[in-house]
Design a protein around this ligand. Structure first.
Ligand SMILES: *Cc1c(COP(=O)(O)O)cnc(C)c1O
Length: 430
């Protein structure tokens, strides 16, 4: 057997893995049609038909709502904007506690901060990497108002339990489905499992339009408020005819508007979602099959009733079983020409913003409004998320439509090569 590349041998693979490209002629033609019309965004921040955007935006919204089987879809310029708007629409205010996952993209938690809310981090489930319902229960206090649950890596969170906890405690639930378009739980599509769901259309996601996002909901009032917040709410609420002081809550608007070009691209991408997902699932299942049984390597788990979207393929690595630290294993794989990440994101509460409790202004707003328990962001707060980040998880994003079986086999063969030669590495590090 050949020597490990890390020890001077020949790398198993010398060419880069194919990049994910989902943009084709369909998107090109759609963009050219918008350019020919010459109106690149039709939004107007006054109370008029154009308050709701141009024809591409509105067509995207109705097609999105039809695909996802929900009453309303609201297109915005990013999932970050979508999460902020959802928290605003939900009426979250200063000092309200919002339970979030620490093992996610940072905006899932900053959405609460944006309205003066306090992100309260619950731990994750070590099989799905999504919020653990038991940990959510432990974090509920009289000031808890909402839960933001993330379908991390494309695996829907445990919404059956989460929604019943929410009902019991009268909490609002926002689903961050940025990584999970097309995934499902018991036949219901990710994004539609909570009171509001948020998708991302940024360049890295399963379907994209450069930058963009969509919020879905079945609730008329939320949809109304989302559309107001998207487009300078405060400037139109009088003309729209507001009813009461209560109705004004959080109707400070922003410009979260999506352009006609982005919407035109997103409409074409939505048509491709099913087939793009078939490729992802096939690739992931191939990897899972071939990695199964390798010592110290656990392919991603899939909870019962779940269709996984495999935005990220997350492997659990057992350093004791392999006899090598994770970082060394990853270095050995990279030397073989295999793209591999370690840990995914650091649990969010370890970011300086939470550690120093400085967000808006220099006096600690909104953390100063939170209780001691809610703002305990010490290391050790979420042991599973910390273990996944610091010790256990290896990630790859090679499960996509541009990957061929040879590429997947190179990945598996490299893992197997490093495992077979693990004693050589031990010798070399003596
Ligand atoms: C990508 C992502 C976001 C943010 O999406 P943008 O469209 O870039 O704002 C939010 N949450 C999760 C889980 C994501 O992966």
């Amino acid at each position: 057997m050949t020597k490990l590349a890390l020890l001077g041998g020949t790398p198993l693979r010398s060419t880069p893995f194919p990049a994910y490209r989902s943009i084709g002629d369909e998107e090109k033609h759609a963009v050219l049609a918008v350019l020919d019309r010459g109106i690149l965004s039709q939004f107007l921040g006054t109370w008029s038909p154009d308050f709701f955007g141009g024809p591409e935006v509105q067509a995207l919204e109705s097609e999105w709502a039809a695909y996802f089987g929900c009453k309303h879809a609201v297109a915005v310029n990013s999932a970050t904007s979508g999460l902020y708007a959802a928290v605003g629409a939900a009426g979250i205010g200063p000092g309200d506690e919002v339970i979030v996952s620490p093992y996610t993209m940072s905006a899932s938690a900053t959405a609460a901060l944006a309205y003066g809310g306090i992100p309260v981090f619950a731990d994750i489930d070590p099989e799905t990497f999504c919020l653990d319902p038991d940990s959510i229960r432990q974090r509920i206090s009289p000031r808890t108002r909402a839960i933001i649950a993330v379908d991390i890596f494309g695996h829907p969170a445990a919404f059956g339990e989460i929604m019943s906890i929410a009902q019991q405690h009268n909490l609002l639930v926002i689903e961050d489905a940025a990584q999970a378009p097309g995934a499902s739980l018991n036949g219901r599509l990710a994004g539609t499992l909570a009171h509001m769901g948020v998708f991302s259309l940024n360049y890295h996601k399963t379907i994209h339009c450069g930058e963009g996002g969509v919020i879905v909901t079945d609730d008329d009032k939320f949809a109304d408020r989302l559309r107001l917040i998207r487009n300078h709410a405060e400037a139109v609420i009088k003309a729209k005819g507001y009813q009461s002081r209560d109705e004004l809550v959080n109707l400070v608007g922003f410009n979260y508007r999506m352009t006609e070009i982005e919407a035109a691209i997103a409409r074409q991408q939505l048509k491709k979602l099913d087939s793009l997902l078939v490729s992802r699932i096939a690739a992931a299942e191939h990897l899972t099959r071939r990695l199964a049984g390798m010592p110290g390597i656990t392919p991603p788990g899939v909870a019962s009733g779940v269709k996984h979207g495999y935005y990220v393929f997350a492997i659990k690595y057992d350093a004791a079983a392999v006899g090598m630290p994770r970082a060394r294993f990853a270095d050995a794989l990279r030397a073989e020409g295999i793209p591999i990440g370690t840990g995914y994101v650091e649990p969010l509460y370890l970011q300086p913003m939470y550690q120093e409790q400085i967000a808006f202004g220099k006096d600690g707003f909104p953390f100063t409004l939170g209780s001691k328990e809610a703002t305990n962001y010490k290391r050790g707060l979420c042991p599973i998320a910390e273990d996944m980040h610091f010790e256990t998880v290896l990630t790859t994003d090679i499960c996509h439509a541009g990957i061929r079986q040879d590429d997947l086999d190179d990945f598996v063969n490299a893992v197997s090569k490093v495992l077979d030669h693990r004693l050589d590495l031990k010798e070399a590090s003596k």
